[in-house]
Design a protein around this ligand. Structure first.
Ligand SMILES: C[S@@+](CC[C@H](N)C(=O)[O-])C[C@H]1O[C@@H](n2cnc3c(N)ncnc32)[C@H](O)[C@@H]1O
Length: 369
């Protein structure tokens, strides 16, 4: 099967690196998604283990669709009955760009009708939509439609550990991409001095322990009748590969006691509470006895009026604390516009989005160990 992994802006390189580590080699990326070949075992493996990828989709087909008739004919020619029962609850996720079929809702209606018609032609009784969920993606670009079936269901950022709400959390897949991007490993000290609900520290611990981030949750494909029993096997294999040894300390700090209690609860649910040292502290006082370390942070960026100016002294103080440790590297994601003016010029900067807010990921490389 052709599989696609959609990736958010700015994290493509991190997902590609993950795929190399998982043994899939160099995979090409086209228009925001990475393509590879695989079977059901790979579907299970990737859903469980991908850290920064958003979903695992099956490529059902690609064909020219300049008109609704072409779209209908193309979708009805695909073997839906091999994947879905007549009871499937089909949901359509449509997109169109630079194409004549720009009315996405109408195109979605045509896609759904084509699937139902195909299933009926293969002896399906009345479609009652009380069965398994199947999210069908249709993306039309320059009059060519790509049709996919979403094996994940809920996005892979939903690991299952983040059950409490706290201010402006970082998406789990974005946090994982930052960890992947850093030179962090289980022998390196890690610190998030603005930890909020704990996402960066938890993703670092999951990475260091080689814990499959989605091991606790379920996926839509598990309910599809066509799928062999691969998920339980892959879950077991992932459990056996967890690293049980010592980790260098991971610190999670925040000025808010409530943030620390939320982060502790999330870490416990993720199974990494014992790997993270939590404390209430001001990031401006950050210091460490360790010569080398990785600092990853998502400081406040000032969403409310007037707050941006108030943040400048905080960023300045945090900068002085960090630059006092020249062998530490820092990875700071923020939408704060004056970040480099306050903190210093980054060695590298790239654009990422967090909850649709455009952010910079600023990297400061420390001396090499
Ligand atoms: C954008 S949130 C971090 C969200 C976090 N990455 C998550 O995924 O939940 C910024 C955090 O910085 C904390 N904060 C604000 N000022 C601080 C300071 N001076 N020192 C430490 N933490 C601070 C806030 O309490 C808040 O939790």
């Amino acid at each position: 099967m052709r599989l696609y992994i959609p990736v958010a802006t700015g994290v493509e390189a991190s997902v590609k690196r993950e795929l190399v580590r998982l043994g899939y080699g160099e995979c090409p990326a086209v228009r925001g998604r990475i393509a590879l070949e695989g079977g059901w075992e790979d579907v299970a493996r990737l859903n469980l283990r991908l850290r920064a990828g958003e979903r695992v989709l099956i490529g059902m087909g690609e064909f020219p669709a300049p008109t609704f008739d072409d779209l209908f004919a193309g979708v009805s020619s695909l073997p839906w009955e091999e994947f879905l029962t007549p009871h499937a609850r089909v949901l359509i996720d449509g997109k169109s760009f630079k194409s004549r079929l720009a009315a996405v809702k109408a195109a979605g209606g045509v896609v759904k009708k084509a699937i139902l018609t195909r299933l009926k032609a293969h002896g399906a009784p009345l479609f009652d939509e009380k069965g398994e969920r199947a999210i069908v993606g249709v993306s039309i670009f320059e009059d060519v439609a790509t049709v996919t079936l979403d094996t994940s269901g809920d996005g892979l950022h939903k690991r299952g550990y983040r059950v409490l709400t706290y201010d402006a959390p970082l998406r789990e897949t974005t946090a994982a991409a930052i960890v992947e991007d850093s030179f962090y490993g289980k022998d390196r000290v890690f610190c998030d001095p603005f930890c909020g609900s704990g996402t960066l520290a938890i993703e670092a611990a999951l990475y260091a322990r080689n814990i499959a981030p989605c091991a606790m949750r379920n996926f839509d494909f598990a309910a599809w009748k066509c799928v062999p029993p691969v998920l339980a096997r892959e879950r077991e294999a992932a459990r056996e590969e967890v690293c049980r040894g010592e980790l260098a300390p991971i610190f999670a700090r925040d000025i808010s006691p409530r943030a620390i209690s939320v982060a502790k609860e999330h870490a416990a649910r993720a199974g990494v509470a014992g790997d993270i040292r939590f404390s209430v502290a001001d990031a401006g006082d950050f210091t460490s006895a360790e010569k080398f370390g990785v600092l990853a942070a998502n400081p406040p960026y000032g969403a409310r009026l007037g707050e941006k100016e108030e943040l400048f002294p905080l960023y300045k103080k945090f900068s002085r604390a960090f630059h006092a440790l020249p062998a530490w590297s820092a990875y700071v994601i923020t939408a704060y516009p004056a970040f480099e003016r306050a903190f210093g010029r980054a060695s590298r900067r790239r654009i990422l989005f967090n909850a649709n807010i455009k952010c910079g990921l600023y990297t400061f490389f420390g001396e090499k160990p």
